[in-house]
Write a protein that binds this ligand. Structure first.
Ligand code: FAD
Length: 572
């Protein structure tokens, strides 16, 4: 097959692209239309930078006489837009023996755990999955309990339960990771097989939306079970069993609390994928206490901003705003503030809602979600400021207050950062937001115009915030450290110069946005096992090897393969 890229056509061809694309491809290659046996759209994006909006395509074509392909490719050698179509198929590491003594275990059933378990199951390893939360249907009820009735279920919420953190999300499925083996394509293909819309395979910024994602997750679960895997819900890993010291140190099992019965049992395991997500702070602390190598890492903090979607559509699509082919527009913004901080948009949700995303009582965290249709009134995105371990509290009192223990922070040499200190900062900010919001899970909020002017807000304007259970207007400057407020005050008008209306007076900020990525990294070596605890495979967003659904799925595949290689005794 031959891959042609950068085919630019008027955007309206997207309604029925086959004929114009065949004509364009034939012209580029200097062949007749009839020489093309099959044309497949691999990617489609829209380019709004010129006066005329364009659809930009990458297509794969098969010639009626495939033997001609090599000669044609040779004729265009060196042309980056005419290339052989790469092999994007996933190839299994091997097949599990029938007499496997001990099954691999996957902790966490978010995108990373799902794909680790799926590839292990597809290779015959019959993994056992332990997930602290409930099945996605039960979890949905609990999650809505916070949004509708202000009742938080600490083990079943936006962060915890089947499908992981991304289940109640926009379901955006793109990432900027390097992916030379095309593992992202495997993730997308499996999503489509499990019921996601086929268009996610070719649109430039695919998304599934919450309702469809729920069904996809259930179908992936069924596939793993059909292949001999087992998924145990409401099973929280509370401890790891490590034997030996030095080079002989090895993970040999897990202590698992059955959350339904309160009973703790021990599960023998030599291969454990830890795909915990970024919010499993109790499990991070447990792994720290057991001496698993980890370090504090940068993440970001900020607020969520909401605008009318029409403002964003007009700025992005101009006179074509509202055209059904284009859908709700998104944006991506970055500003380097004078105080040295980077401010950027995070997890932008077109036509979506702001959601309450805490997993812990008496804390407030914001995030965003949308349905496949993306037809809610407002656009929302995190407006976040990059921070690093130098910004995290390193004092015993803060540790005592927010982790219940000092974890030896008082004995750290000057200039070193405690691995759990990012969690301490997150808890400080989330607890503070709970208080600022009125202690009932309302989010503290402020109008953008008043935030920039440094005046508290008392009344909403034209933008109705979507956060449930509610927004308590006031002054957000007490919600974040001064450097973050300063950087955000500078960034919002700068963003208004890039997207007309972005700094409009009535746009609403709500906070706080703290779960942007994991506050720590659980290091691993080339074999993807923990740096000092073989048998433990740190994976996904919690261990800092992913940021988003797609990259977490890709990391799950990599780690599933690494476990298979170790069990089969084959080199990587
Ligand atoms: P997670 O999805 O967090 O899964 C970890 C799982 O492990 C959880 O289910 C948890 O219950 C379980 N677990 C934790 N500790 C234990 C334990 N001790 N024992 C047993 N189980 C345990 N990303 C995108 O790409 N696109 C989006 O549109 C998007 N929107 C988002 C919207 C929201 C509201 C949120 C919260 C996140 C969003 N994200 C989005 C981020 C995305 O969800 C994460 O990057 C992704 O889910 C990380 O996958 P993961 O498998 O590494 O971890």
């Amino acid at each position: 097959m031959i891959r042609l890229s950068e085919i630019r056509l008027p955007f309206t061809v997207a309604e029925a692209p086959e004929t114009p694309l065949r004509a364009a491809a034939a012209k580029i290659l200097g062949i007749a239309d009839a020489d093309i046996a099959h044309l497949h759209v691999f990617k489609r994006s829209f380019d709004a930078r010129k006066v005329d909006l364009l659809a930009v395509y990458i297509v794969d074509i098969t010639l009626a006489q495939p033997a001609r392909e090599a000669a044609l490719l040779a004729q265009f050698a060196g042309n980056p837009h005419i290339q052989p179509t790469p092999d994007m198929a996933w190839h299994a590491v091997g097949q599990a023996p029938a007499d496997l003594p001990l099954r691999p275990v996957v902790v966490g059933f978010g995108p990373c755990g799902i794909f680790a378990a799926l590839v292990l199951a597809q290779m015959g390893f019959k993994p056992i999955v332990l997930e602290r939360g409930k099945t996605v249907r039960e979890r949905t009820k609990d999650t809505w309990g916070l949004w509708r009735k202000r009742e938080l279920h600490a083990e079943s919420n936006v962060q915890f339960g089947e499908g992981g953190a991304g289940t109640f999300s926009d379901g955006k499925l793109y990432s900027q990771i390097k992916d030379p083996r095309h593992l992202g394509r495997k993730v997308m293909n499996e999503f489509v097989k499990a019921g996601a819309p086929e268009e996610i395979l070719y649109v430039a910024h695919p998304h599934i939306g919450t309702f469809k994602l729920v069904k996809v997750v259930e179908n992936l679960r069924e596939q793993i079970i059909a292949l001999g895997g087992e998924i145990r819900f409401e099973q929280r890993v509370t401890d790891v069993v490590i034997e030996g010291t030095g080079d002989a140190r090895h993970l040999r099992g897990l202590k698992v609390l059955n959350q339904a019965t309160g009973e703790t049992t021990e599960l023998r395991a030599d291969h454990v994928v830890m795909a915990l997500g970024h919010s499993s702070r109790d499990t991070f602390a447990m792994l720290y206490e057991r001496g698993v190598a980890m370090e504090a890492k940068p993440f970001s903090i900020g607020f969520r901003v909401e605008h009318p979607q029409s403002v964003i559509d007009r700025a992005r699509w101009g006179r074509h705003a509202g055209h059904p082919l284009l859908g709700a527009a998104d944006y991506k913004l970055v500003h380097h503030a004078a105080n040295g901080r980077a401010v950027y948009s995070f997890c932008m949700c077109p036509g979506g809602t702001v959601v309450a995303a805490t997993s812990e009582p008496n804390r407030v965290v914001t995030n965003g979600m949308s349905q496949y249709s993306r037809n809610e009134r407002n656009a929302n995105a995190g407006m976040v400021v990059g921070i690093d371990p130098r910004d995290y509290p390193q004092d015993a009192q803060a540790f005592e207050t927010h982790l219940g223990k000092t974890y030896g922070v008082e004995a750290l040499p000057a200039g070193q950062f405690h691995p759990l200190s990012g969690s301490v900062l997150q808890r400080q900010l989330e607890s503070n937001a709970f208080v600022l919001g009125g202690r009932d899970y309302s989010a503290p909020g402020q109008l953008v115009g008043e935030f920039i002017a440094g005046k508290p807000s008392t009344q909403l304007g034209s933008v109705e915030p979507s956060y449930k259970p509610g927004v308590a207007l006031g002054d957000l400057h007490a919600a974040l450290p001064d450097y973050a407020i300063e950087a955000l005050r500078e960034a919002l008008p700068a963003f208004g110069r890039k997207i007309k209306g972005f700094d409009m007076h009535d746009a609403v900020l709500t906070g706080v946005e703290t779960r942007t990525s994991s506050p720590l990294k659980i290091g691993r070596g080339d074999d993807l096992q923990s740096l000092n605890t073989p048998g433990l495979y740190p994976a996904g967003e919690g261990a800092s090897y992913a940021g988003g659904i797609l990259s977490a799925g890709v990391d799950g595949i990599k780690v599933g393969e690494a476990v298979a290689r170790s069990l089969l005794g084959v080199a990587g």
